[in-house]
Design a protein. Structure first.
Length: 343
């Protein structure tokens, strides 16, 4: 009669243990292990039909049970979520394209600069001569306003209104606009200092140009949506493009341009809204003298974590001479200054 697999393996272990007595205890353990494996094999083989039936029943239970279904549907759910997200982004992009007054394609947008605001053809731009040529401006230039000594600050001061992502424009806020030139307007109360600053710069041989002063809500929405489309054209998702756009263009409802106290100022020989403006004579003059006329460099370099906006050497905000002197001398932001005012 032919020996079984178990008998053959046990016989080999016994012979090896007798020959090498040092390994005899190990061989006894191995024999026990061989016997256990063989008995398990026999039990499974004899009950294979029952085991197969149990396995099938368990599998059917898994795929039909409401608690386990998500395990098998995970990949399909993820795929559906991704499809929905892509559909939402496409819909948002289509809505942005419909809202825009310009017939721009993504390819055309990619030719625009990524950082800084885009000075478009329809943007108002007036040189210092165009602004000051009105003879009525002399009454403003000669005015002395806002003395810095003995000034007491309050968070309620109109010129210190803090507007940013965390502090949107109050719903009841109104703006009394005055004309800078043509269709360009700003808060009427800042005109004296603005004209005086432009004239002083001209006297020093610096010919400034003003663009993007007051904007209404629809204008701010158009610029913000345009920036979103720009980033989406570079492959960003809608939400990532929204976040990135808000680093360079204020979210509608939180822009200082909408309260008429902020202006973008460049020069007659440098008309790009980018960081290169800081190296021009005009950029240097403004940074050095703007506080003398109540203006501050609103978004300075190195303060992005406070302002929430990238460095903009062309963006100036009116706060009054007293506050501007403190802010510029101490190299702080409007956020830091307002926070320091006691109630």
């Amino acid at each position: 009669m032919k020996n079984t697999w178990r008998e053959r393996q046990v016989s080999k272990c016994i012979k090896f243990g007798n020959k090498y007595r040092f390994f005899k205890p190990l061989m006894l353990l191995l024999i026990v292990f061989i016997v256990a494996i063989d008995r398990t094999r026999i039990a499974i083989y004899g009950s294979r039909k029952k085991i197969l039936g149990v396995a099938i029943a368990f599998f059917v239970f898994l795929i039909s049970n409401s608690f386990s279904t998500p395990v098998f549907q995970y990949q399909s759910v993820v795929a559906l979520d991704q499809d929905e997200q892509e559909s939402e982004e496409i819909e948002n992009l289509e809505n942005l394209q419909e809202e825009s007054s310009e017939e721009e394609t993504i390819e055309e947008l990619q030719n625009l600069e990524i950082e800084g605001e885009v000075l478009t053809e329809e943007e108002d731009l007036y040189s210092v001569d165009e602004i000051l040529q009105n003879t009525q401006m002399n009454q403003y230039i000669d005015n002395e306003t806002d003395m810095t000594e003995g000034y007491e600050f309050s968070k309620e001061d109109w010129n210190l209104l803090l507007v940013n992502k965390q502090h949107p424009i109050p719903e009841n806020h109104t703006v009394e606009l005055g004309t800078i030139a043509g269709s360009m307007k700003c808060d009427a109360r800042i005109l004296p200092e603005l004209f005086a600053m432009l004239q002083a710069a001209k006297n020093d041989g610096i010919y400034l140009s003003v663009c993007s002063p007051y904007r209404d809500l629809s204008r701010q929405e158009m610029l913000f949506n345009r920036k979103i489309r720009l980033y989406m054209g570079y492959g960003y998702s809608y939400m990532d493009a929204y976040i990135k756009a808000s680093e360079y263009v204020m979210v509608p409802g939180s822009s200082e341009h909408q309260i008429g106290l902020a202006l973008d100022i460049i020069s007659n020989n440098y008309t790009s809204l980018d960081e290169g403006f800081e190296k021009t004579d005009a950029g240097k003059w403004l940074k050095e003298h703007c506080d003398e006329y109540g203006f501050i460099l609103r978004y300075p370099k190195g303060k992005e974590h406070i302002t929430g906006i990238g460095y903009e050497p062309w963006h100036f905000r009116y706060v009054g001479k007293a506050a501007a002197t403190i802010i510029m001398d101490n190299e702080i932001t409007l956020e830091e200054f307002v926070e320091s005012i006691s109630e």
